[in-house]
Design a protein around this ligand. Structure first.
Ligand SMILES: [Fe+2]
Length: 483
C-alpha cells in the first residue's frame, strides 16, 4: 500500500514537472476519410454510444470527460500523461449515474498548460485502461473555435439510425479541421439529437473520430428535450442546477482566456432561472473582456420559427437579458438556415454603418444562427428578409463558422465545404468596460413584458402603444397638478 502511494506521489511529481516543460503543441491528425473508409468506420461504430466525448472545462486548464460503460459500480478514472506510452501520468476520479444496463461516467481533469500535448486513457473495467488518445492545448489569449448547430442525429427516412446526419456531421467537422488546424474546441448550439430518447442517436453525434481529441460544448435543444438521454451524455462545467426550479434547467458557463461563454437553456420554462444564471456568471467573471451567450432558439433568426409562439416569447425575454447584461455576441441554432442579425438593442436595429463587415465598440448584441451540421437545412420559396436580419444564407449546402478572439477583436467567418466564404464579420473593442447593472433588479424590471406584448399582438400593438401614451399624458397631468 505504502509502495502504491509512493508510486502515485512520484508519478504526480513527475507529471507536474513535465507539465512545466511545456512541450510544444502538435497538430490534430488528418481525419479525412474516403466515402468507403467512412462507410466502413460508420458500420463498425454506429451502435457504439460508449465512445469517449471530451467537453470543455471551467477554463482552459480543465477538460471534462464523459463516456458510457457497462454497469459495474466502478469509480470512473481518467489518466493524463505526457507521452503516448503513459509511463508517467496523473489519475483523476469522477462520478457516475446508472443509465439502464450502463453507467454514464463523468470525470474532470485539471492542470493543463497552454501549447502542450497530452495523452489520456480511461478505465474500461477489470483494472484495464483504454488505448491512449492525444489531447493538445493551444493558446487562450488568442484562439479559434468552431461554431455549428443542429446535428440533430435521428432515424433516416430509410429507417437507419442517423447514417445521413452522422455522415454530414463528419464531413463538416473534418473539412473545418483540415482548413483550420488551430481550432481549440467546438461551440455546438444544440439539438444534439432528434428524439432525445435513443442512445444510438448519440452514437451518431459522437461518431466523428476528431471528437476523441477535440472538446466540445453541448446545448439543450427542443429536440433533446423530447427524451431524457442528454444528461447521460454531457459533462459540462459550472452547471449550477441549484438555481433551476424545473428539471429542464441545464445552464453552464466557462472561461476561455478573456471570453466568458454562458450557455442557457431556452426550453426551461422558468426564464427567471436563466436571468439569474446570467447574473451569476457575469458577476463571477468581472474581468472577462467579452461576453458570449449561447442557446438553441434563434431569437433573431432568418426562418419560419420567428412566427412560432415559443420564439416570440423567447425573443422578448432573451433579448432583454442580452441588453441588460451587455452581451457582445449571441450564438444560436434551431432554424437550419444561416443568418446574422444587425446589432440589436431594445428590440430595435442599432443605427450604424453595416457596409463594412466590421464594427468598433458597437452598441447592442450581434445574433447569429448556424445552419444544420447534420444536413437538415430548410429551404423556402422566398427568403423571409426580416427587419432584424443583416445577412441570410438559405441553402441545402453544409456550412460551418469559425470564431476567433484576439486581444481586441472577435471575428466570425462562415464557409461552405468548398472553402468559399459565405459571411464574415469583425467586432473591435477598444475598451473592456461593460454597462453597469443593478443586482437588485430582476427580469421584470427589464422591458421584456412590453416586448412580449409587441411580439404577440403584432399590428394591434399600436393600441397598447396609444394606451401607453395616454397613460403617460395622464401621469404627467397628475404630476403637474400635484406639484
Ligand atoms: Fe431545434
Amino acid at each position: 500500500m505504502v509502495k502504491k502511494i509512493l508510486a502515485l506521489f512520484m508519478a504526480g511529481v513527475m507529471f507536474v514537472c513535465c507539465f512545466c516543460l511545456n512541450t510544444s503543441a502538435a497538430d490534430l491528425a488528418d481525419y479525412s476519410m474516403t466515402d468507403a473508409q467512412w462507410a466502413e468506420y460508420w458500420d463498425e461504430n454506429k451502435d457504439n454510444f460508449s465512445q469517449m466525448q471530451l467537453y470543455v472545462g471551467a477554463d482552459e486548464s480543465e477538460l471534462n470527460f464523459c463516456w458510457h460503460s457497462k454497469k459495474s459500480g466502478d469509480i470512473p478514472k481518467v489518466r493524463i500523461g505526457i507521452s503516448e506510452n503513459m509511463e508517467v501520468y496523473s489519475e483523476f476520479e469522477g462520478t457516475y449515474k446508472n443509465h439502464g444496463d450502463y453507467q454514464a461516467n463523468y470525470v474532470t481533469a485539471s492542470g493543463f498548460e497552454e501549447d502542450s500535448v497530452y495523452y489520456y486513457s480511461f478505465a474500461v473495467g477489470d483494472g484495464e485502461f483504454s488505448e491512449p488518445e492525444m489531447y493538445r492545448t493551444l493558446k487562450s489569449d488568442s484562439f479559434k473555435a468552431l461554431y455549428i448547430s443542429d446535428v440533430q442525429a435521428g432515424i433516416d427516412d430509410n429507417g437507419d439510425y442517423a447514417t445521413y446526419n452522422a455522415t454530414c456531421w463528419n464531413k463538416v467537422l473534418t473539412t473545418a479541421l483540415n482548413n483550420n488546424y488551430d481550432i481549440s474546441f467546438i461551440l455546438n448550439c444544440g439539438d444534439m439529437t432528434n428524439s432525445g430518447e435513443s442512445n444510438l442517436e448519440w452514437a451518431a453525434t459522437m461518431a466523428p473520430k476528431a471528437l476523441r481529441n477535440l472538446p466540445t460544448t453541448a446545448t439543450y435543444g427542443n429536440h433533446d428535450r423530447k427524451g431524457d438521454t442528454y444528461k447521460y451524455f454531457v459533462n459540462l462545467p459550472n452547471a449550477n442546477k441549484a438555481l433551476s426550479t424545473t428539471p429542464d434547467g441545464d445552464e453552464y458557463y466557462f472561461r476561455y482566456g478573456d471570453v466568458l461563454f454562458i450557455n442557457l437553456c431556452t426550453t426551461n420554462y422558468n426564464v427567471f432561472d436563466e436571468y439569474n444564471f446570467v447574473e451569476k456568471a457575469v458577476s463571477e467573471n468581472p474581468d472577462a473582456k467579452w461576453r458570449v451567450v449561447m442557446f438553441h432558439h434563434d431569437v433573431y433568426g432568418p426562418g419560419h420559427h420567428a412566427g412560432d409562439n415559443d420564439t416570440k416569447l423567447l425573443s422578448a425575454v432573451y433579448s432583454a437579458i442580452c441588453d441588460k447584461f451587455d452581451i457582445d455576441v449571441c450564438l444560436t441554432g434551431h432554424e437550419h438556415y444561416y443568418g446574422r442579425s444587425y446589432f440589436m438593442y431594445d428590440d430595435k436595429v442599432v443605427d450604424m454603418d453595416y457596409t463594412q463587415h466590421k464594427a468598433v465598440d458597437p452598441e447592442g448584441t450581434l445574433y447569429f444562427t448556424a445552419s444544420s451540421a447534420g444536413g437538415r437545412n430548410r429551404m423556402y420559396d422566398e427568403p423571409f428578409s426580416y427587419e432584424w436580419l443583416c445577412f441570410e444564407y438559405m441553402s441545402e449546402e453544409l456550412t460551418y463558422s469559425t470564431i476567433e478572439f484576439d486581444e481586441d477583436t472577435f471575428s466570425l467567418n462562415t464557409y461552405d465545404l468548398e472553402g468559399n466564404v459565405i459571411d464574415y464579420y469583425t467586432i473591435e473593442k477598444t475598451s473592456s468596460d461593460f454597462n453597469e447593472f443593478d443586482t437588485d433588479d430582476g427580469l421584470l424590471n427589464t422591458n421584456a413584458i412590453d416586448r412580449l406584448l409587441r411580439n404577440f399582438t403584432g399590428e394591434y400593438y399600436v393600441i397598447f402603444e396609444a394606451l401607453y401614451n395616454v397613460f403617460d399624458i395622464v401621469k404627467s397631468v397628475i404630476a403637474s397638478l400635484i406639484s
